[in-house]
Ligand binder design. Structure first.
Ligand SMILES: NC(=O)c1ccc[n+]([C@@H]2O[C@H](COP(=O)([O-])OP(=O)(O)OC[C@H]3O[C@@H](n4cnc5c(N)ncnc54)[C@H](OP(=O)(O)O)[C@@H]3O)[C@@H](O)[C@H]2O)c1
Length: 331
């Protein structure tokens, strides 16, 4: 049987995005074949399409690091799910989600409890697991951390982080374009327009400092963030949105290590979801499912697209025209 998937054929522009047919593979003993309902599209996919750097896939590849759908078939050793069940999958670091059928190891599969819609569940594997991982690893036990700054709050991870942190009683400041401020205020955050003002001056003049900074941007943002981080506070780097090539990445890593060595009164970390052990991901995801059922979180879906308009989704994401998670509906 044949199915369709997105394939990026060259690193670079939107023209390198194609939709191709493939033969649906047979499962091997530890694998699960999912008939995909929703696949996520995030900033990681844009970086994977544009950049040729370590840790990102080589062409040709299918983007998409998280999906939800229905189990089509399972290998003989698979015991955690059965055909017909609703599941989510986290496909890090392999990508491959934007496809009508996804074959992956049973280790990457999470059962979705009854009564959780597949579109809402599709927002959890990357965005909420990352946001919740940051909260649990660096903030949960810091009872005197009251005020945090998240850079770029209007996206998938940002909106997830704001919901979690606000539900835990924290004040969240967030940098964002002006057009997203109303959305962020409704989520309970205080937005700062990074285009018309320097966020560090804004924070300094109103609050003097913050207790923690979560930074997916890096570069100059790291330096300015450290200026407004109080002694004993935590800087948590989660991405490098400013880098343009592998030299840029090396420069940012070296500058991070240099600052970490010489910034003794502030703690500096890099958090990567794909280095989290599977058992922790599983228990965190179950906690997130419960938080959704209790109304503590409610993933924001920016828009749902199909394979026919996948190029325009990349355009939209790159132009910053999104609030929350972008999904592609496959089946
Ligand atoms: N560490 C991990 O394990 C992990 C996991 C997943 C994702 N990530 C990283 O997290 C980041 C966000 O991913 P995502 O999928 O949530 O992306 P997304 O939905 O595309 O959101 C990106 C956000 O960046 C904002 N932005 C762009 N330039 C900015 C700037 N100069 N200052 C402040 N904000 C800026 C945009 O805000 P406006 O439109 O308001 O300008 C937008 O909200 C990426 O860097 C990704 O690589 C890390």
């Amino acid at each position: 049987m044949r199915a369709k998937k997105v394939v990026i054929t060259e690193k670079g522009t939107i023209d390198s995005i194609t939709v191709q047919e493939f033969d649906i593979p047979e499962v091997k003993e530890n694998e699960v074949l999912i008939k995909v309902t929703y696949a996520g599209l995030g900033y990681g996919d844009i970086m994977a399409r544009k950049l040729n750097i370590p840790g990102l896939p080589k062409v040709p590849f299918t983007p998409g690091s998280d999906v939800t759908g229905i189990v089509e078939s399972v290998g003989t050793n698979v015991t955690n799910v059965k055909p017909g069940e609703s599941v989510a999958a986290l496909l890090m670091p392999d990508y491959g989600g934007q496809s009508e059928f996804v074959l992956t190891s049973s280790e990457n599969i999470f059962k979705i409890p009854d009564n959780i819609p597949l579109d809402k569940a599709a927002c959890l594997p990357i965005n909420y697991l990352t946001a919740y991982g940051i909260y649990k690893n660096y903030l949960q036990n810091e009872l005197n951390f009251k005020r945090v700054l998240y850079h770029g709050g209007s996206g998938g991870v940002g909106s997830a982080f704001i919901q979690i942190a606000v539900s835990k009683g924290m004040k969240v400041l967030t940098t964002a374009s002006n057009k997203n401020h109303e959305f962020l205020t409704a989520l309970g955050a205080e937005p700062i327009d990074y285009n018309s003002s320097d966020f560090s001056e804004y924070v300094k003049s109103r609050y003097s400092f913050v207790d923690a900074v979560i930074d997916p941007i890096a570069g100059d943002y790291t330096k300015r963030s450290l200026k407004i981080l109080r002694d004993g506070g935590k800087y948590i780097g989660i991405g490098f949105q400013t880098i343009k090539n592998r030299y840029g990445m090396i420069r940012i890593m070296l500058s991070f290590l240099f600052r970490k060595m010489f910034t003794s009164k502030k703690e500096m970390y890099i958090y990567m979801l794909n280095s989290t052990v599977k058992s922790e991901l599983n228990s965190n995801l179950n906690e997130l499912f419960n938080m959704y059922k209790n109304g503590e979180i409610d993933p924001v879906i920016s828009a749902v697209y199909t394979l026919d308009n996948v190029k325009s989704v990349h355009e939209k994401l790159e132009s910053g025209d999104r609030k929350g998670k972008i999904l592609i509906k496959l089946n």
